[in-house]
Each structure stands twice: as structure tokens, then as C-alpha cells.
Design a protein around this ligand. Structure first.
Ligand SMILES: Nc1ncnc2c1ncn2[C@@H]1O[C@H](COP(=O)(O)OP(=O)(O)O)[C@@H](O)[C@H]1O
Ligand SMILES: [Mg+2]
Length: 234
């Protein structure tokens, strides 16, 4: 199939030609059926789609936009990560590394038993992962009404497992936690850092504050101290 104007339009003209070619390549290799691509969310840096495999299984495709994201900020944050020692300030390379970090972080989190979507594949700025949801994508915690004290404890337990895996999420909030069959699923891991990097403490403190604030707001009372202690005691 040719890369036609029509196909570009369906994606609001957001992707550069190389990204479009990679989408086409991934679908021709059988990772998903291109005709089933359907938008789930348009974020600051990435567009998230769902698609179906030939067998009818849904997957998520997260595509970082090469032209319209703040690659200077990404560069500064990646520079602090010892996993990317030789990064130079090339827009495409920085964005690919940013996407690859999300893939690596998801793997590491998953291996440690954190509830996250299983990452399937990374191709430059395109990340394929498990679809969390049934017919439609699972609700985010900020709009879910299906949350109790037990759910809160599961969130803290996942934060603890993540810490044990020597990772800190860095943008943990009700917008990056999905609620699926009473279970929290953490998403959006591109900014997550290793715990022995400079910004670790600042990031952990912010994650704890966001979580404490949210649960207090919905009437499940807790404190930042309680969460921190739970996370950091062995
Ligand atoms: N694996 C997934 N399963 C279901 N929905 C997802 C998944 N990953 C992302 N989403 C949806 O896409 C939105 C944006 O994804 P996210 O990774 O948080 O990107 P952003 O960096 O734009 O915030 C999420 O809030 C969620 O609604
Ligand atoms: Mg997000």
C-alpha cells in the first residue's frame, strides 16, 4: 500500500514521513492491522492509538511526535540518566531515546511485579504495549468512581515494588494510573528515573504528595509520611 494523503489525514497530519513509514512497516510485519488504528488520546508529547492484531486482540500504540515535543526538556532529563551516556542533542535521537526509556522502564517495572501494561516492542519513537481495558480503554483514576481504601493500599504497594526495582516514576498522579477491574495499572514511564540519580528524592517526594493529595480529596484519608514509610521500609 502506498502512503497516501488520506492516511495522513486520519492522523491529523501530526507525524513525519519516517514515523509514518515505520507505522506502515510494523503493520506489514503483522504487529497490528493498520486499518484498525483508532485514536485513544492526544497528549503533550505523544499520540496514543489502539489497534487490533489479525487475531482481533487489541494493543496500544504510543507514538512520540518528532516535530512537536519539547526535546530540550527531554534532553536535559535524559542526560541525568546513566543509561544514556552518549546522547547527543539531535532531535530525533533524543526522542527515540525518550521512547526507549519508557520501554525499558516498563520492562523493569513489570519484572519487579509492578502492575503496568506489558511492553511489546519499541521501534524508534513508536511503542507497542498491552491494551488495558475491555471494549474501551480503562478509565484513569481521576475519573473512576470505583476506588476504595483497598485500592489505595494497592497503589502504595505498587509504588513500593517500583522502588525496590530501583525506579521512581516521577509523574505519578491520578492521570497516570488506570483502574482496571479494581486494580491500579501504572502507565506513562518515559520520565521514570533510576533511584540512584540526582533527582530521585525530589521525584519520589512529588509522587507521594500527588497520591496523598488525591486520596485525601476523595475521602480516603492518608498522609505523605505514611506512604513514604510504607515505600521505604523493607
Ligand atoms: N496501555 C494502555 N491501555 C489503555 N489506555 C492507555 C494505555 N496507555 C495509555 N493509555 C491512554 O492514553 C493516555 C495517554 O497515555 P500516557 O502514556 O499517559 O501519555 P502522555 O504522556 O500523553 O500522558 C492515558 O491517559 C490513557 O488514557
Ligand atoms: Mg500521561
Amino acid at each position: 500500500m502506498r502512503i497516501t494523503k488520506e492516511r495522513f489525514k486520519t492522523r491529523n497530519d501530526v507525524f513525519d514521513a519516517r514515523t509514518d513509514r515505520n507505522i506502515f512497516e510494523l503493520s506489514s510485519k503483522g504487529h497490528f492491522e493498520e486499518g484498525t488504528l483508532s485514536p485513544v488520546f492526544i497528549g503533550k508529547e505523544a499520540n496514543v492509538f489502539s489497534a487490533k492484531t489479525k487475531e482481533g486482540k487489541k494493543i496500544i500504540i504510543k507514538i512520540y511526535r518528532v516535530n512537536t515535543c519539547d526535546f530540550n526538556r527531554m534532553y536535559e532529563l535524559l542526560r541525568m540518566d546513566p543509561r544514556y551516556p552518549k546522547l547527543n542533542k539531535n532531535r530525533r535521537k533524543v526522542i527515540n531515546s525518550w521512547a526507549s526509556r519508557e520501554y525499558k522502564n516498563l520492562h523493569r517495572a513489570r519484572d519487579a511485579g509492578v502492575s503496568v501494561p506489558t511492553p511489546y516492542l519499541i521501534k524508534e519513537n513508536i511503542l507497542l504495549m498491552e491494551f488495558i481495558g475491555d471494549d474501551k480503554a480503562a478509565d484513569k483514576l481521576n475519573i473512576s468512581h470505583d476506588v476504595d481504601k483497598k485500592f489505595f493500599e494497592k497503589v502504595v504497594d505498587n509504588m513500593k515494588k517500583l522502588n525496590k526495582a530501583k525506579l521512581v516514576h516521577g509523574d505519578l498522579s491520578p492521570f497516570n494510573i488506570l483502574v482496571y477491574h479494581h486494580e491500579p495499572v501504572f502507565i506513562d514511564f518515559s520520565q521514570a528515573m533510576e533511584t540512584d540519580t540526582m533527582r530521585y528524592d525530589e521525584m519520589l517526594t512529588r509522587d507521594i504528595r500527588n497520591i496523598a493529595h488525591f486520596f485525601n480529596k476523595i475521602g480516603i484519608s492518608t498522609t505523605e509520611e505514611y506512604i513514604r514509610k510504607k515505600i521505604l521500609t523493607k
